[in-house]
Design a binder for this molecule. Structure first.
Ligand code: ATP
Length: 368
C-alpha cells in the first residue's frame, strides 16, 4: 500500500487561493487522525499567472497533474483577463479536455442547522448528484465559434453542440454505476434522471435514445427523462425527489448553480471532474471577485471537494484510511453546522473563511 499520496494543488485565482488554504488546514488535521501522508504539491496556473507569464497552464503544472495521484483545484479566471475572442481565460476547461475528465460530479444535500431558500420541510431531504458531461455538448464550441461576415461587425455567429455515441454512452454508464453505489450505501433503490431537450434538437433526441439503451442494461435502477425546462421547474418545486441526474455540458453548467442555491449557496457545493485515469476535485463555484480579500468566502465546498478526492482515492487504491479520512471530514462539517452556531456570510450569517475552517479543524481534533 502507498504510504504517501502525491496531490497536485492548483489554488488558482481569487477566492480559490483563500479556500485552498482552508482545505490544507483540514487535510493536515485529518492526516494525523488516520495515519496518512498527503504530499501537497503547489503548482502555478490561472488567469493571474497568464497575466504574469503569458501562459495560463504551464507545462510543468500539467506534468505534475499527470503524475500525481489526484488534483486539488481552487478556482480560476478573472473577469478582466480575456483571450482574443473575448472569452475568459478558464484553464479548468483546458484541464477537463487535456485529461479527458468527462464526468462532472456535483453532489448536493441539505445541512442540518443551515437555512435553505425553500419553505417546504421536505427540503431537509435533498440528497442528489448531478452528473455533467464535461468534454463535449455545447462546450465543444469553445474556441470554434463560426463568425460570419465582417469580423469587426459580424452578421452571424454559430456555436455547435456535439453529442457523440462514445461520450454519451460513457457518461450515462457512469451515472448508472453511481446510482447503483448510492443505492447500496443507502439501502434503497437507485434512480437516474436524464435531462435533455429531445423534443427540439436532433442531438438531444440522439442523447435520449442512447440513454434509454443504457438504462435497459441497468434494470435494477429506475430511469426517466425530463426536458431541461421542466427540470428547472422541478428542481425548485420538488428537488427532494431526485437521486442521480445526468445531462450534457451546458445544461449541467446551469443546473449546478441552481442546485447549489437550493442548499444555501455556491460555497456549499463540492465537485469532482473524473476521467478513467485522473480525478480533479474543486468547489463548484468560481473565483468570486466580488468578495475576494474580505475573508467572507465559505470554504465548505472546497473542504468537501477534498473529502470527495479522498473517497475517490480510497476506491482506486483500496485504502480504508482514505475513506475514513473522507468520512471524518464529512462528519466534522456536518457537526459544525448542526450545532447552529456557524452561519456563512453567503447565507446572511457572520462567519467567514477563518471561523468556519477553525470550527471544522476543532471538530476533527475533538475525540469522537
Ligand atoms: P464561474 O463562471 O467561474 O463558475 P461565476 O461567475 O458563476 O464563476 P462565482 O465566482 O461562482 O461566479 O460567484 C457567483 C456568486 O456566488 C458571487 O456573488 C460570489 O460572491 C458567490 N460565491 C461563490 N463562491 C462563494 C463562496 N465560496 N462563498 C461565498 N460566496 C461565494
Amino acid at each position: 500500500m502507498t504510504t504517501s499520496y502525491h496531490i497536485a494543488v492548483l489554488p488558482g485565482d481569487g477566492i480559490g487561493v483563500e479556500v485552498m488554504r482552508a482545505a490544507e488546514h483540514v487535510l493536515r488535521a485529518v492526516q494525523a487522525r488516520v495515519g496518512l501522508t498527503l504530499a501537497l504539491d503547489y503548482q502555478l496556473a490561472g488567469a493571474q499567472h497568464y497575466l504574469d507569464s503569458g501562459v495560463a497552464l504551464p507545462e510543468p503544472t500539467l506534468k505534475t497533474c499527470d503524475q500525481a495521484h489526484a488534483i486539488l483545484f481552487g478556482a480560476m479566471g478573472l473577469p478582466h483577463v480575456r483571450g482574443k475572442d473575448g472569452t475568459e481565460i478558464i484553464p479548468q476547461l483546458d484541464l477537463r479536455f487535456h485529461f479527458d475528465l468527462y464526468a462532472g460530479v456535483r453532489p448536493i444535500r441539505t445541512f442540518r442547522g443551515l437555512p435553505t431558500p425553500l419553505s417546504n420541510p421536505k427540503a431537509a431531504e435533498i440528497d442528489m448528484v448531478l452528473v455533467r458531461e464535461s468534454t463535449e455538448g455545447l462546450f465543444y464550441a469553445r474556441g470554434r465559434g463560426d463568425v460570419r461576415g465582417d469580423p469587426s461587425a459580424p452578421s452571424e455567429v454559430y456555436d455547435t453542440m456535439q453529442i457523440t455515441r462514445k461520450g454519451t454512452t460513457r457518461i450515462c454508464e457512469f451515472a448508472f454505476k453511481l446510482a447503483q453505489r448510492r443505492a447500496a450505501a443507502k439501502g434503497r433503490p437507485g434512480r437516474v434522471t436524464s435531462v435533455d431537450k429531445a423534443n427540439v434538437f436532433a442531438s438531444m433526441a440522439f442523447w435520449r435514445t442512447l440513454f434509454e439503451d443504457i438504462a435497459s442494461r441497468f434494470p435494477g435502477v429506475q430511469a426517466d427523462s425530463v426536458y431541461i425546462d421542466a427540470m428547472a421547474l422541478n428542481l425548485v418545486m420538488k428537488p427532494w425527489s431526485y437521486d442521480v441526474m445526468v445531462t450534457e455540458n451546458m445544461f449541467g453548467d446551469i443546473l449546478s448553480d441552481l442546485i447549489a442555491a437550493l442548499v444555501g449557496g455556491m460555497g456549499m457545493a463540492p465537485s469532482g471532474d473524473i476521467g478513467d485515469r485522473h480525478g480533479l476535485f474543486q468547489p463548484a463555484h468560481g473565483t468570486a471577485p466580488d468578495i475576494v480579500g474580505q475573508g467572507k468566502a465559505n470554504p465548505t465546498a472546497m473542504i468537501l471537494s477534498a473529502a470527495m478526492m479522498l473517497d475517490w482515492l480510497a476506491e482506486r487504491h483500496a485504502d480504508a484510511r482514505l475513506s475514513d479520512a473522507a468520512t471524518l471530514i464529512d462528519q466534522a462539517v456536518q457537526s459544525v453546522f448542526a450545532q447552529g452556531q456557524i452561519r456563512p456570510f453567503e447565507m446572511g450569517g457572520s462567519h467567514g473563511t477563518a471561523s468556519i475552517v477553525d470550527a471544522v479543524v476543532a471538530a476533527l481534533n475533538s475525540p469522537a
